[in-house]
Design a protein around this ligand. Structure first.
Ligand code: DGP
Length: 111
């Protein structure tokens, strides 16, 4: 297994964990763009949004059930952004499905 987020989710590479259950792992982004910048990933390897299908989409629902819990725990009552970069033009650099949870300051309009 060479995927860095698979290794982080498995505890093989250290990370600042903020949430974990049997299917989902969330940790602080190594290069934060805001006071709160967390990545949430499935423990199973899905390369990108483009690989979500009827066989694996339940994990996406699970992730979006967890996101509000993380946001509340992080004090993001004023709002936050959830982003997934999918593919080259979007700037996806890690080919393991992940959602950025960004907040803790007033965010600007996205490009
Ligand atoms: P992107 O693929 O562009 O949606 O962003 C990937 C993010 O993953 C980027 O913000 C930096 C973060 N990242 C990459 N490698 C590591 C790592 O080893 N540890 C942590 N905590 N974050 C990482």
């Amino acid at each position: 297994m060479s995927c860095i987020f698979c290794k982080i989710a498995a505890g093989e590479i250290p990370s600042q964990k903020v949430y974990e259950d049997e299917a989902v792992y969330a940790f602080r982004d190594i290069n934060p763009v805001a006071p709160v910048h967390i990545l949430i990933v499935p423990k199973t390897h899905i390369p990108s949004v483009g690989a979500i299908n009827s066989e694996n989409s339940s994990i996406v629902a699970r992730i979006f059930e967890v996101i509000p819990k993380i946001a509340e725990a992080e004090g993001l009552s004023r709002g936050y952004r959830v982003v997934s970069n999918a593919g080259e033009d979007a700037g996806q650099t890690v080919m393991h499905l992940h959602f950025h949870i960004i907040g803790g300051r007033k965010l600007t309009i996205m490009a």
